[in-house]
Design a binder for this molecule. Structure first.
Ligand code: SAM
Length: 391
């Protein structure tokens, strides 16, 4: 699921045909047309090339490449802002429940288009992620950590390199988790708990009377497994499909010296595990198609993972066991899933709601009145659903 086949790109430069490995974590296909650009290329020219689908291999000063990318970003954001304003006006004119869902899909398309254009500025690296560009910083540690070791030269978009550099900083500094006296160190490509209001729900929920064995399904950085271990659960089995998540969770567990948590690469539930007194899951919240593996933590097409989790949870529960499902209702406000549907899925899975704890997000996007999806984002509630086997 997360392993991609090696891909290569070809380009002609200085009367020679060249080839290099193509690395794109955001799933951009290998570019068909690559031209050489440098400090003499204007932002308008680069924007025109990027919009018509031509990729640009940067041969000038590294810092100028960053400035060019900023100039491209300003141009595409201006263009998209104009389109968004028009779409917002159209939404007001066409009221109705489908309008907000359409707006959400349009926003995702716009984001994909933006990523497409901005990934057109390419850098060449040798097998050790070293660039010969003037004033190029040392990105080898950040790129090796994000994309893995290489044994051949490659082309990567400057945008992906910046993503790797940003991730390396998060990984080193950590994200302080309010409510817990600790920081979590996220890795590249792993769900970063930057908005973690649901941790307080995990601290407020009363543990089942017997809570020796718990599962954390889709552990990401290991955050919820860590909460459970800190609350006194003796054996926590945490799973994820993403190998980066498992490496990241292991790092966090080692830093915090929590040997009671065991990690396993698994699709949902751990294999050959005892029945659990508590099963915790914070699944991807939005039923929409992920556009790259980096989005598997956020989007769950057709709520497939959520439904499989619910349908199989009961079989893994010990008597009097509980499921704690962490879920935001943003999908409901975006008209992507209804509350009635969610309740019917609980019932079909043989689960009943014992209680629910709610919290309201305070992150920047929920307060941004200029966001076309503000009505949905500002109304969002994140819940911990405590589910038990139906009598
Ligand atoms: C929203 S993130 C939650 C991460 C972490 N539990 C937290 O609360 O910060 C969802 C996680 O589920 C993982 N995931 C998605 N589908 C999965 C599956 N079928 N089996 C196991 N893990 C899965 C993703 O890789 C991601 O790490």
């Amino acid at each position: 699921m997360f392993l991609a086949e090696k891909q290569y790109v070809q380009w002609h430069e200085n009367d020679r045909d060249n080839q290099a490995r193509w690395l794109s974590e955001s799933n951009q296909v290998p570019p068909q047309r690559i031209v050489r650009v440098d400090d003499t290329t204007t932002a308008d020219e680069a924007y025109r090339l990027a919009c018509e689908g031509t990729s640009m291999l940067w041969r000038g000063d590294f810092h100028n490449a960053r400035q060019l990318l900023q100039a491209l970003t300003r141009r595409i954001d201006r263009t998209q802002q104009r389109k968004t304003n028009k779409a917002g006006q159209a939404k007001q004119a066409v009221s109705g429940s489908a309008a907000i869902a359409n707006l959400f899909h349009q926003q995702r398309q716009a984001q994909a288009q933006r990523a497409h254009v901005l990934s057109r500025v390419l850098l060449e690296f040798d097998a050790g992620y070293v660039s010969v560009l003037r004033r190029a910083p040392d990105v080898s540690a950040a790129c090796s950590a994000a994309f893995g070791e290489l044994d051949e030269p490659c082309l990567i978009s400057l945008r992906d390199v910046q993503g790797a550099l940003g991730a390396a900083q998060w990984r080193e500094k950590g994200v302080p988790i309010s409510g817990l006296d600790l920081s979590i160190h996220p890795y590249y490509g792993v769900f970063a708990p930057t908005r973690h209001e649901y941790v307080q729900l995990m601290l407020d929920a009363p543990l089942p009377a017997v809570h020796d064995v718990a599962f954390d399904i889709g552990t990401g950085t290991g955050l919820l497994a860590i909460v459970l271990a800190q609350r006194g659960v003796q054996q926590v089995l945490a799973t994820d499909l993403n190998h980066r998540a498992l490496a990241c969770a292991q790092d966090n567990l080692t830093r915090l010296e929590l040997p009671q948590v065991t990690l396993e690469q698994a699709d949902l539930f751990p294999a050959a595990a005892p029945l659990a007194h508590l099963i915790v899951c914070n699944p991807p919240w939005l039923p929409a198609k992920p556009s790259s593996p980096l989005e598997y933590a956020v989007y769950d097409q057709g709520s497939a993972m959520l439904r499989r989790f619910l349908n199989n949870a009961r079989a893994h529960l010990a008597p009097q066991g509980e499921v704690w499902l962490i879920l935001s209702d943003l999908a409901e406000h975006l008209q992507l899933r209804s509350r009635e549907t969610l309740m019917s899925w609980f019932a079909e899975a043989g689960l009943a709601v014992k209680y629910r704890l709610d919290t309201q997000p305070k992150h920047g996007r929920s307060q941004d009145a200029t966001d076309p999806l503000f009505a949905a984002r500002s109304a969002e509630v994140t819940s911990l659903w405590c589910l038990v086997a139906q009598a």
